[in-house]
Design a protein around this ligand. Structure first.
Ligand code: FCB
Length: 442
């Protein structure tokens, strides 16, 4: 049983929050939202569990006041949310007034509850009009992202605490254009290499645009993994380095050193967009904080029968979550220490996502989720241990407030500390919610 914590176990001013994302909760059929690539990806057989989609999701568009009441009642300090590009610009170009008004009301409602709004500009809802021109494989999409940035910031920028440009560029690019697990479901190394660059370019352009508008406290959110080799064989150890390079170093080196890691670039070079080097200074413009999303570690073996990167995922032997992800809190501490020593120094870090999916069930109006409680406490302990090693960690956000549309897994995987009945939209705080409230209010 991991040790429980209270606020006093963390430095004064440490921020506790909970996180959500637009497409996963709002309901994309509400408020004249435009079509996005997740709508079509999920309408295509075998992409998403039961072909579910975000059309209704948690109907947060209509229920955000009730949902924010829960965030406040739990005792959190901050609320991380995202703005849907397809809601703000349904055709990728023209502003949808109703979309911006929604975010205006949402931010007011967050502030009215004394919560700090932590905004993410892009959490994956790319307008279909931009998917039509090749999405992130096309440089034009990165340029258009500035329009979305400007529209959102001009509307709510005056009340925002922190802004992240992009959520998880690895997922946006590699998972979606190389592994094909997320929209648009491509498996194409050339498109992937371009997406790996353009998503970072979008980040740099967006930071630049926000600085011109006078917005401060700008960052980006990376999902990092601790890479492990399946064995001590040199071929597996090299495979581990490739995983680390694609998943972690590609983004960290680009943002904090202005270069791509040479071992990975050697392999992707022939597919990269022309003159990508000219964008590196923009991509590495200083930021004010870095967000890290952490769930599990990655184990890989060399797969010599396949073309580069010749990686085979290996299942680990530790206890797993409903996602099949190993529970490995040490990985969080190790990553925080590594990132702070090798890249960020004293720059503030935030754990912007960490959480566990469980096969939760309601019984007599109660959801008992002790394994989630253990997961939370053990990862908070890992975060605390990183602080003890000198990491400037300033906050921790639980993923997620609500059970929601878990992308390719549909509604089956439940990450929320609040249970959602997707038939009735009834919200029921789980035991883990009560545990958070006890910790935060004591
Ligand atoms: C992260 C995503 C988030 C959610 C969690 C479980 O990769 O940012 O939207 O799906 O995983």
């Amino acid at each position: 049983m991991p040790i429980k914590f209270t606020r006093s176990d963390f430095p004064k001013g440490f921020i506790f929050g909970t996180a959500t994302a637009a497409y996963q909760i709002e309901g994309s059929s509400n408020g004249n939202c435009g079509p996005c690539h997740w709508d079509t990806f999920s309408a295509t057989p075998k992409n998403v569990f039961k072909a579910e989609n975000g059309f209704t999701a948690c109907d947060h568009f209509h229920r955000f006041e009730e949902d924010l009441d829960l965030v406040q009642a739990c005792g959190f300090d901050a609320y991380r949310f995202s703005t849907s590009w397809a809601r703000v610009m349904p055709n990728g170009k023209t502003i949808n007034k109703e979309g911006l008004e929604f975010y205006d009301r949402l931010v007011d409602a967050i502030c009215a509850r004394n919560l700090r709004p932590n905004l993410t500009l892009y959490h994956w809802d790319l307008p279909s009009a931009l998917a039509d021109i090749g999405g992130w494989a096309n440089r034009e999409t990165a340029k258009r992202f500035v329009d979305h940035t400007n529209a959102v910031i001009q509307c709510v920028g005056d009340r925002i605490d922190t802004v992240a440009t992009i959520n998880e560029p690895w997922c946006v690019a590699w998972l979606s254009y190389f592994l094909g697990h997320h929209a648009p479901g491509l498996r194409d190394i050339r498109a992937a290499a371009r997406a790996m660059h353009h998503i970072l370019l979008a980040h740099g352009l967006s930071v630049d645009a926000m600085r011109s508008l006078g917005t401060s406290n700008l960052g980006v959110v990376l999902n990092l993994t601790e890479a492990h080799p399946a064995s001590n064989k040199p071929s597996d150890v090299n495979a581990k380095d490739r995983l680390d390079g694609i998943h972690n170093r590609w983004f960290l080196d680009a943002i904090f050193k202005g270069v791509y890691p040479q071992d990975i670039l050697n392999k992707l070079y022939e597919f990269m967009p022309k003159n990508f080097e000219d964008d590196m200074s923009l991509i590495s413009e200083p930021i004010d904080w870095l967000g890290i999303n952490y769930y599990t570690r990655g184990i890989v073996a060399d797969d010599p029968g396949e073309p580069w990167p010749s990686l085979k995922d290996i299942e680990g032997s530790m206890d797993k979550t409903q996602m099949g992800w190993e529970i490995y809190p040490e990985g969080l501490k190790n990553l925080l220490v590594r990132v702070s020593r090798n890249y960020t120094g004293n720059l503030p870090l935030l754990v912007t996502e960490n959480g566990m999916a469980c096969a939760d069930e309601i019984q007599n109006e109660i959801v008992y989720d002790p394994s989630r409680i253990d997961y939370i406490f053990s990862h908070l302990a890992a975060a605390r241990a990183a602080i003890d090693e000198g990491v400037n960690l300033q906050g921790f956000f639980y993923w997620s407030l609500l059970d929601n549309f878990e992308w390719a897994f549909g509604y089956e995987k439940r990450f929320g500390i609040v249970h959602v009945d997707f038939e009735t939209q009834k919200r029921t705080p789980k035991a883990s919610f009560n545990e958070w409230a006890l910790s935060l209010n004591s």
